[in-house]
Design a protein around this ligand. Structure first.
Ligand SMILES: CC(C)(COP(=O)(O)OP(=O)(O)OC[C@H]1O[C@@H](n2cnc3c(N)ncnc32)[C@H](O)[C@@H]1OP(=O)(O)O)[C@@H](O)C(=O)NCCC(=O)NCCS
Length: 379
């Protein structure tokens, strides 16, 4: 939880006053209070994010709802999160944040900065970045990471800064790219975001399922909504741990996450408190009964037109049997029936993750934008 003590930059009288934002929730109850329970500071932080998403994308498909943001920023036993609001002459002008993993990756910190559009290019971004970085340093974090997204059209025909991964790049003229590069961050990896229009034709799903089933052979499909069945939760935790190591991470300085049933249940409670619903389809190896693959879709009643693709994993020994396609087809069919108001699915994949991209292209996903993954190692 953020330190609620106000913090300022006394060295520069023109600098914004900066306060730590505290997310209100009823202690011990596990429930977030309703809208009246959020502080004005927190709501203003959220409003800056909403304004930014609308300017960038023209919609809020990627923007957390207020309850989701509140749930996220209260942190967990696995990650401490600090959120700051900067005011200049009383007006909210920007936010910055620090995410501090507590179990593994304790040498890293996630850093983010957002300045309101009319307050940019005045040095405020750099000031907030220095504040966030100083917290990371105090906590002895030596590897900082940050993300931001760029819509497809912004990368059209403009010079690109190549990613160190060797796959793709981001437009050098984008404010976030120029800012991160000028601040000593390196572009390690570029992810592609893709969008699938719903509904997907039942004939396409049926054809892909037939092809994938023929290749898959000795597997059965299972699934659940929102909470993993008790008899699968330990196996599911193992797959979640693999997910943290098996996806391409280029040069990002990350170690694997340690998952157990308790962490799965904690994530499920967080998801429920955020107002999210989730649909999981998984595959079992018939000969051994082993859980070997899963895929997750999330939907939010506050953003009913959009579904977000989360993890998809097939364990290494079971790849090459078209299980990835098989579970994704089954989950999409289920999601379309469960959330009929949804008109699209968003997904994010590393540019170099060709197998996952091929599955998504077969399903009809089309490129929508890019996400930059930046890293700075502190000396
Ligand atoms: C990126 C962002 C935080 C920069 O905030 P800002 O207050 O405008 O940044 P500053 O004025 O402190 O700029 C610091 C340096 O970054 C670089 N920079 C920032 N914006 C730039 C732009 N539009 N074009 C070129 N360089 C830029 C410059 O080197 C600048 O130093 P200079 O002014 O001495 O040349 C702001 O544009 C923003 O909020 N964007 C949306 C959210 C986002 O993408 N966050 C970044 C996550 S990595």
């Amino acid at each position: 939880m953020a330190d609620p003590t106000p913090d300022t930059f006394p060295a520069n009288p023109a600098a914004p006053a900066l306060s730590a934002v505290e997310v209100l929730h009823e202690p011990g109850s596990g429930t977030i209070a309703g809208s009246a329970g959020y502080t004005a500071d927190f709501e203003e932080c959220h409003a800056l994010r909403v304004e930014h998403d609308l300017a960038l994308w023209g919609n809020l498909d990627r923007c957390p709802t207020l309850p989701e943001a509140a749930e996220f920023w209260r942190g967990s036993e696995y990650e401490e999160r600090q959120l700051y609001l900067a005011r200049l002459n009383g007006k909210a002008v920007g936010t910055c944040s620090v995410e501090l993993p507590l179990r593994e990756n304790t040498h890293t910190a996630g850093i983010d900065v957002l300045i309101g559009p009319t307050y940019r290019r005045q040095g405020l971004g750099r000031m907030l970045l220095l504040h966030a970085e100083s917290i990371a340093r105090e906590r002895r974090r030596t590897s900082l990471y940050g993300y931001h997204e760029v819509p497809l059209a912004a990368a059209d025909g403009t010079p690109l800064l190549p990613a160190k991964s060797g796959a793709g790049g981001l437009p050098v003229a984008e404010p976030a790219v120029a800012f991160a590069a000028a601040s000593g961050y390196e572009l390690e990896q570029v992810e592609r975001s893709s969008r699938l229009e719903l509904p997907v034709a039942p004939e396409l799903l049926a054809r892909l399922e037939t092809e994938a089933s023929a290749a898959a052979g000795d597997y059965s499909i299972t699934g659940w909504d929102d909470a993993c069945p008790e008899d699968l939760v330990d196996a599911y935790a193992l797959l979640k741990a693999r997910m943290s190591t098996d996806v391409p991470i280029a040069g990002m300085d990350w170690e694997g996450e340690d998952w157990d049933a308790g962490r799965v249940r904690d994530e499920e409670r967080t998801t429920a408190r955020s107002g999210l619903q989730s649909a999981v389809t998984a595959a079992l190896h018939s000969a051994t009964g082993e859980l070997v693959a899963y895929t997750v879709l999330n939907w939010r009643p506050g953003v009913p037109a959009s579904i977000a693709q989360q993890d998809t994993l097939v364990t290494a020994q079971h790849r090459g049997h078209r299980l990835g396609l098989l579970i994704k087809v089954a989950n999409l069919r289920h999601a379309q029936a469960r959330w009929p108001s949804a008109h699209s699915v968003l997904t994010w994949n590393a540019n170099e993750n060709q197998h996952m991209l091929a599955i998504n292209i077969a399903l009809g996903f089309r490129p929508a934008g890019y996400e930059g993954e930046w890293q700075k190692r502190l000396g």
